[in-house]
Design a protein around this ligand. Sequence first.
Ligand code: NDP
Length: 395
Amino acid sequence: MKDSGSSVKQKDLISRRGFLDRMAAVGIGATFASLAGQLPASAEAAATGDPEVSSVRGQVGWAIAGLGDYGTTKILPAFASCKNSKVTGLISGTPDKLQKFGKKYSVAADSRYSYDAIPSLKDNDKISVVYVITPNSTHVDFTVKALEAGKHVLCEKPMANSKAECQRMIDAAKAANRKLMVAYRVHFEPNNLKAKELVTSGEIGKVSYGVSDHHRPLVMNLPRDAWRMSKATAGGGSLVDIGIYSINGLLWLLDDSPVEVFGSTYSPANDPRFKEVECNFTGQMRLASGRVVNFSSGYDATKKRVDIFGTKSVITIDPGTAYEGNKVYTSDNAGKLKPFYEGKSELQFSRQLDHFSQAILANTPIRTPGEMGLRDVAIIEALYESAKTNQWIKL
Ligand code: NDP
């Protein structure tokens, strides 16, 4: 089955609004549980910002902060496919990049900024959103400054390097009355949405288990990986970088919330990449439903996969969280694996951007809010604590 979009039902939109309003009304502790809402899968699709399904009109101006690998190869090009989002600003510590990408994306010279100049964004009404795509340790500072300048912020994952930093960001958004979203792109990816629909509809039966593995090699001499070897900058190793996809994805697909976690690390001896951060992380989460799920992350092999085990069928998304080429498979009770669905993965980037723009234009809720980023960083902190103490850690 091939598809590129999803249908919208008015009742689902109403239901989604109700869910998020309830979420907004509760405190942070309760938010961990309420992030696992009873959200119909088609309502998930409705909020994707898919130009085919959204009726929101207008355009929102975005400034991209951090002209590195992900920002320049995936995000800037995605604006060409957006309906409600356009690039009107650039923020960088490298003047040559400001000039090069300013020219390429027609960003006026007076809308190109250094990081130090973020506060002066307050005087630029062509920019409504700052998208923070810089190393993890810088997220808190750039996000808070952009919010204080009156801009909405989309921040890359992991939201920050500690719960306290995440909380500062959430508080700054509240104080400035601006929106804060964390860039969990797979919530906008057609194959993940299809898997969510199969789970939510009950089509694969009762789900008692899930497992997800995220691995990719960390490359010593790549600039984008240099800071990932530093604990102070990255916040941790494969767990914070790609294990976070397993954690966030399992909780979303199973519509559940974490109660306690257990984890272990492994790094090959004498590997210069792993002096400060771990290579592999293997973990378990016990969920509010009582189910226990497993995951792993690593910086040596290549795999991005999610399996959800239903009584009638097991869904496999493999790859599950790649930039392109994700695919959904099912396997029946005879264990036979069959290709089931292949949506256009590359839509995830423009959908994510337009979702935030539409939330700003129509003042509608965000699918992946700051509270979700905080929850995931809290889980990560607890997992590292577990790896250190060899104990289950309650959340
Ligand atoms: P890169 O190193 O390629 O880019 C980061 C850019 O941030 C740099 O090029 C630089 O741009 C800027 N920067 C600002 N402060 C610093 C600093 N102290 N040290 C180094 N660079 C700095 O990294 P990525 O693009 O791979 O990752 C950036 C962020 O995006 C991370 O948070 C990462 O987790 C996230 N990410 C998310 C992905 C996803 O699929 N959602 C995929 C890949 C990354 P400039 O010269 O313009 O200042």
